[in-house]
Design a protein around this ligand. Structure first.
Ligand code: ZN
Length: 442
């Protein structure tokens, strides 16, 4: 396939707040080197002609679990988070993961992500009994073949045993070091632990110290619904964010908290001051009885916010709209979170929160990670309304092509590098086998 050297776009969306008509860009070594009017690119070798299309940045899914796609078709019990984990997710799903289920669910999630315009995923794998030392490498092999970007980590807690938790922390550390050897951050690791009810404070402090020693991100699940704050207040006499502050967990400026749907004002204040980033999962929170996160208040506190799905599948455009609509409803205001803010969170906001300074915009110096969308619109598009039009009315079916580092990875809903047909067949066989003889099927 001819190497792309640039693109001419009908509309070029450079970021949530900047769009230009009849502009394109020049690409060298996978990076955007210049934004130029289309006429400067006309007739040049390797330039894609998308003058009938809208070209915009791809999305970052800042919190997902590829393996959760295996719960496809299962019915979760109607419980709050802690009993839901104890009765369902831990024994029925996570403890039964193998390298094979990890590979198949990662392949399926990669397809689902790229066909939804997502090219960077922050995945947390929870598989305490799958073969040690190979779990993250199994995911990495799939993501690399797909041509996508990812931050991959293994959840480490003490619910099986403290020893199991430490082994998982060690696998994260080894993976971080191995990925650093590649010389780029297309696939990275982080240190990852879990919650204040599945980990002791010495374990959490050890994990945070490990991340600081490596100058790496540390991530947790936090306050997914009201259970964790309640447990923390009962056990430690303070909220979750206050406990983390007390044990020095937030020190270092590279902490990333996933969920945070039930937050006290004091917690948002602390996390804003300590430079903690948050991934919010509006759709998943609603489905899991976890409430609606105070995203508008997070932004007011200066917190970096990203958008996640919690599950390796689904329509990311839809998730982006849920994010904004739920904030409008929760705050009784159309202005609580605007479409442009929602688009910003789904693109550069999330990527930046995870430490990427060259992902999520189409500007000089950024990676050429972009999607080509159908250019049709019922309204007259202008520089002022084109982002909102994409936000409200585009969907995965409108994505014609997806590129990462200037390489085509997805075209007309099909992966360029993965065998879609074989993967979808393997996935459905795996799901059927996984749930054979199990309850939770109605
Ligand atoms: Zn999660």
């Amino acid at each position: 396939m001819e190497k792309m050297t640039g693109i001419m776009a009908g509309w070029l969306i450079m970021s949530a707040t900047e769009a230009k008509k009849d502009y394109g860009f020049v690409v060298e070594n996978g990076k955007i080197v210049e934004i130029v009017p289309n006429e400067k690119l006309l007739g040049k070798e390797g330039v894609i002609d998308a003058r009938d299309s809208i070209v915009c940045p791809t999305f970052t899914n800042t919190h997902t679990h590829f393996y959760e796609t295996l719960a496809h078709g299962a019915t979760e019990p109607n419980l709050s988070l802690k009993p839901l984990l104890e009765d369902f997710w831990w024994p029925v799903v996570e403890n039964r993961q193998t390298l094979e289920t990890i590979r198949i669910s990662t392949e399926y999630s990669a397809l689902e992500s790229m066909t939804s315009g997502v090219t960077l995923c922050n995945d947390i794998l929870e598989a305490p009994f799958a073969e040690r030392g190979k779990r993250l490498l199994t995911e990495e092999a799939v993501i690399r073949k797909a041509g996508m970007k990812a931050v991959l980590s293994l959840e480490s807690n003490e619910r099986i045993s403290t020893e199991n938790g430490y082994e998982n922390l060690e696998e994260n550390k080894n993976f971080i070091l191995k990925m650093r050897e590649t010389g780029n951050s297309d696939i990275r690791g982080t240190i990852c632990t879990h919650t204040t009810f599945s980990c002791s404070t010495p374990f959490l402090m050890k994990a945070a110290g490990m991340a600081r020693d490596m100058d790496e991100y540390i991530q947790i699940h936090m306050n997914e619904g009201p259970d964790e704050d309640k447990c923390c207040v009962d056990k430690y006499g303070m909220t979750t964010a206050e406990l983390y502050k007390k044990i020095g967990f937030w020190e270092g400026g590279k902490a990333w908290a996933n969920q945070c749907s039930c937050m006290e004002p004091v917690e948002l204040n602390i996390m804003g001051q300590m430079g903690v980033g948050i991934s919010t999962q509006p759709r998943s929170n609603a489905l899991c009885n976890a409430g609606i996160a105070p995203v508008a208040d997070m932004l007011k506190n200066g917190i970096k916010v990203g958008l996640g799905t919690d599950n390796g599948e689904g329509n990311f455009y839809e998730n982006m709209r849920y994010l904004v609509l739920m904030q409008m409803g929760k705050n009784y205001s159309k202005h609580a979170l605007t479409p442009l803010q929602g688009f910003q969170i789904a693109t550069e906001g999330g990527a930046f929160g995870l430490g990427y300074t060259d992902v999520g915009c189409l500007k000089e110096g950024y990676s050429a990670d972009f999607q080509i969308l159908t250019g049709n619109a019922a309204i007259q598009l202008t520089e002022k309304n084109v982002v909102a039009e994409v936000f409200w009315r585009k969907d995965p079916k409108d994505i014609k092509k997806v590129y990462v580092n200037g390489n085509l990875i997805c075209q007309d809903g099909h992966s360029v590098n993965l065998d879609d047909e074989r993967i979808r067949k393997d996935f459905s066989e795996c799901v059927r086998e996984f749930w054979k003889g199990q309850p939770y099927q109605d």
